[in-house]
Design a protein around this ligand. Structure first.
Ligand code: MN
Length: 285
C-alpha cells in the first residue's frame, strides 16, 4: 500500500458568520461542499481586537458533531442543554448536536490574539435524532508527544500509543496538531479507508514532494502511512482523518440530514420552538 498523497488543494475563503464575524472556510464552500465524513472547517484567526467581539450569538444545530479547538484566546459557550463553559487556549470542545441544540459561542482574545478551528463531523442516519451530548476538554487534557523537533498534540485518535480525549466512534476520526521544526519529518500509520486533510496554519510543510502553503486545505487520499516534512521553515498544521459514512448529505445551513424532508422538519421544528428535544446528561468535569 502506498503512502497518502495530496489529491488537491482548496484555498480558504472568507465567510461572514454569526454577528458579522469573518472566518476562513475550506470545507463547506462551493469548491468543496463536504469531505465525507467532514462537513465544515472554519479557521478563525485574528489579532484585530474588534474582529470577533460580536461572536456567534444564539443559533441552532441538528444532525452532526462539532469539534472546536482553541489555539489562542478563549471561547465562552452556553447551550440549551444547560451547559456553560469557557474553552481555554489549547483546549477543545466536543459537542454532539444530534437531535438539536441551540447555543452561543463568544470568542475572546488573550494577549491580542484569537485563533482556533471548528470542524463539523457528520453523524450516521441512525444517530442524527439521538440525544445531544457535550464534553469540554481542558488544555491539560490534551496529551502531547514530543521527539526531537516534532510536537504532536493528540486531540482525537492515537499516535505513538497515546490516545486523545475526543472519541468519535462512527468515523474513528483522528485529529492531531503537529508542530515541525525546520528539517524534521513527521510520520504516522493511517487507516487506508480513511480520508481527510492537512491544513497548515504556520510556516509551510511538504507532503509527497508537494508544498502545502498556509491557509489551504490539502485533501489527503488513501494510503497506509503519511509523511510530512518542513523543508524550508518551521511549520504547524492540523491533520484530520476519518472513515467516510457513505450516506446522502442534505445540508441547509446549521441542519445536516439525509433527506430534504428531514431538513424541512428541522426548519419547522426550529420555527415552532421544538428543535431542542432532549436535554443531555451533563458530565461535570
Ligand atoms: Mn455553533
Amino acid at each position: 500500500m502506498p503512502a497518502c498523497r495530496i489529491e488537491r488543494l482548496v484555498p480558504a475563503i472568507a465567510v461572514s458568520e454569526g454577528a458579522g464575524v469573518t472566518v476562513h472556510r475550506t470545507i463547506g464552500t462551493p469548491a468543496l461542499r463536504n469531505l465525507d465524513p467532514f462537513l465544515m472547517l472554519d479557521h478563525f484567526n485574528s489579532d484585530d481586537p474588534d474582529a470577533y467581539i460580536a461572536g456567534f450569538p444564539s443559533h441552532p444545530h441538528r444532525g452532526f458533531v462539532t469539534v472546536t479547538y482553541m489555539l489562542n484566546g478563549h471561547m465562552l459557550h452556553q447551550d440549551s442543554m444547560g451547559n456553560r463553559g469557557d474553552l481555554r487556549a489549547g483546549g477543545a470542545q466536543w459537542m454532539k448536536a444530534a437531535s438539536g441544540i441551540i447555543h452561543s459561542e463568544m470568542p475572546q482574545q488573550s494577549d491580542g490574539l484569537m485563533r482556533g478551528f471548528q470542524l463539523w463531523i457528520n453523524l450516521p442516519a441512525r444517530e442524527k435524532m439521538s440525544d445531544p451530548d457535550y464534553q469540554e476538554i481542558s488544555p491539560e487534557g490534551i496529551p502531547m508527544h514530543t521527539s526531537a523537533g516534532i510536537e504532536v498534540r493528540i486531540i482525537a485518535g492515537e499516535y505513538q500509543g497515546i490516545r486523545g480525549p475526543v472519541n468519535d466512534p462512527n468515523t474513528q476520526a483522528l485529529y492531531f496538531d503537529i508542530a515541525l521544526t525546520k528539517g524534521r519529518t513527521f510520520s504516522t500509520a493511517v487507516n487506508p479507508n480513511m480520508r481527510g486533510f492537512v491544513y497548515v496554519f504556520e510556516g509551510a510543510a511538504a507532503l509527497d514532494t508537494q508544498t502545502l502553503p498556509q491557509h489551504q486545505l490539502a485533501i489527503v487520499d488513501g494510503g497506509d502511512s503519511l509523511t510530512m516534512t518542513a523543508p524550508d521553515q518551521d511549520a504547524r498544521c492540523i491533520l484530520v482523518m476519518g472513515l467516510p459514512l457513505g450516506e446522502p448529505i442534505v445540508q441547509y445551513g446549521p441542519f445536516v440530514m439525509n433527506t430534504r424532508a428531514e431538513i424541512e422538519i428541522a426548519m419547522h421544528d426550529f420555527q415552532i420552538g421544538k428543535l431542542v428535544q432532549k436535554k443531555a446528561q451533563f458530565a461535570e468535569k
